[in-house]
Design a protein. Structure first.
Length: 501
């Protein structure tokens, strides 16, 4: 019997964790996001959304077993079975209420499905699965005369199955009701797949990650009329924090899935369950931890901008510039730190010491001081990530700006437009400040355009700066950040991007 292969895009854009990748997830305790069954010992009425969808879908396929056998020459593990169902009008109508997004609670199934019988019957079945996890569990109660021990106690120990730990049921014993182990719990439920999953990298990946062929085997041949397989994945990213919740990657009648787009520098584990309309015996134990062989990429460069100017903290005639940047959105590794140089341009410097800052990767702004009024300054910034003993460096970004003169009215803790919004460079109206109005027509406002180049300029900013270390000024989180990379005063700044060093 040929193996079925289902290629799916695993959208594993889960919440990013901080810190460097340390090792695979360990332990068999209850993991964050588990379905309450850490060992994979299933309750046939498993409340996991992926299992509920598979139970509902398996029921629909079982209604068309004869036609599927004819269409696929008896190979009911062919992955095209699901596509056949979507193309068949009655099977497709049956599948609609199985989707997790389908709301079977708020409105009557007959109203949602109108006169389509297949849809109505499937909707009622899906609704029963939602309620069975809390009220009526699979299996049956033993005769009251067979109750023993506490199960035979004349007490009102429960009122419904929801009062009992899964998979026990609330059963009568002749003089009361107690939580008892059900009879026929796994009647008609398929066997669980064998516990050893095979993980093999595949060359059929995309440019953003690695493909992984996940394979398993069942102890006995099952038909699509009785079982679908639900494959779930768990990710642990950077650091030693908790792993992500288990997420359903694929639902297939076959026994292998090609998972696409696994990102570097992350650990993954997989588990699989066989599910039919009657339920599941649970997921296999998690697979061995897998990490992509693809090396992580350097972080993208930051996009710094001057958010506001103010008086320096020393109370003298110097100024301070509040520099801000937005966090990188899509990185293989977390930003460990930023390297920042700032000072007067080399052509105008008069012997002042230039500064170098090492800034924590979680920071989003820093205050540069003391600065001379009515003067040009240049800032060079670079993001760094840690990968083992290596530092992965972004390209360098150079930002130039000019400070206002001391007699300018453009000092405030915030520089905002009169309507309370940060201005764009295309506007021509004035800005509200603490002690008056001014316009961008002021002759001290810097001009220029944004330029990006991967060429390292000779005599670059870093080469002209000394490396005296100072601590960043305290961060004031009350200041609003711009997302468009411009100063809060609305002026253009010049950025130059250099290659890694």
């Amino acid at each position: 019997m040929r193996a079925a292969l289902l290629a799916v895009l695993a959208t594993l854009a889960w919440a990013a964790e901080s810190g460097a990748a340390q090792g695979p997830p360990r332990g068999r305790g209850r993991l964050m996001g588990d379905t309450g069954d850490p060992e994979g010992l299933g309750d046939p009425g498993d409340p996991d959304p992926g299992v509920r969808e598979a139970r509902c879908s398996a029921r629909c396929l079982s209604l068309h077993t004869a036609r599927l056998v004819a269409a696929f020459a008896g190979d009911l593990q062919d992955p095209r079975v699901m596509s056949w169902c979507q193309a068949n009008r009655r099977c497709q109508q049956c599948m609609q209420p199985c989707q997790p997004s389908w709301d079977t609670n708020s409105t009557s199934c007959h109203k949602i499905c109108e006169s389509r019988y297949e849809c109505s019957a499937s909707c009622e079945f899906a609704h029963s699965l939602l309620s069975s996890s809390s009220s009526a569990r699979p299996g049956s109660c033993a005769p009251p005369a067979r109750a023993r021990g506490f199960a035979a106690a004349c007490v009102a120990g429960c009122r419904s199955d929801a009062d009992c730990p899964a998979p026990r049921k609330c059963c009568p014993n002749g003089c009361g009701r107690t939580c008892q182990a059900p009879r026929g719990l796994y009647a008609g439920v398929p066997l669980r797949p064998r516990p050893s999953l095979s993980l093999r990298e595949s060359p059929d990946g995309d440019a953003k990650g690695v493909s992984l062929l996940v394979s398993w085997s069942s102890p006995a041949r099952v038909s699509v009329a009785t079982a679908l397989h639900v494959l779930q994945a768990q990710q642990q990213g950077h650091g030693t924090g908790p792993p992500s919740p288990w997420r359903t990657v694929a639902m297939t009648p076959g026994e292998n899935v090609l998972v696409l787009g696994l990102r570097p520098a992350r650990w993954f584990r997989f588990r699989v369950a066989a599910v039919n309309a009657h339920g599941t015996r649970g997921f296999t134990p998690p697979s061995a931890a897998y990490r992509s062989s693809l090396a992580p990429s350097p972080p993208p460069p930051p996009s710094p901008y001057v958010e506001w100017f103010g008086r320096s903290a020393d109370g003298g005639l110097s100024l301070a510039a509040h520099l801000a940047w937005n966090p990188a959105a899509d990185t293989d590794l977390p930003i460990a730190r930023y390297k920042l140089f700032y000072g007067r341009p080399r052509t105008t410097a008069t012997g002042e010491r230039h500064q170098r800052l090492a800034i924590n990767g979680s920071a989003r702004h820093v205050t540069l001081q003391p600065l001379k009024p009515d003067s040009d300054y240049v800032v060079q910034m670079q993001a760094l990530s840690e990968w083992g003993q290596r530092s992965l460096k972004s390209s360098k970004v150079v930002l130039t700006f000019r400070t206002p003169p001391l007699d300018s009215s453009a000092f405030a803790t915030k520089l905002l437009h009169k309507d309370g919004k940060n201005p764009s460079t295309s506007e021509s109206s004035s800005f509200s400040v603490a002690n008056g109005n001014w316009t961008r027509g002021s002759d001290w406002l810097p001009g220029g355009t944004v330029e990006e180049s991967e060429k390292q300029e000779e005599g670059g900013v870093e080469n002209s700066l000394s490396e005296s270390h100072i601590a960043p000024h305290g961060h004031d989180k009350s200041h609003a950040h711009r997302k468009d990379g411009r100063s809060a005063m609305g002026h253009h700044v010049e950025r130059r991007q250099h290659r890694n060093s």
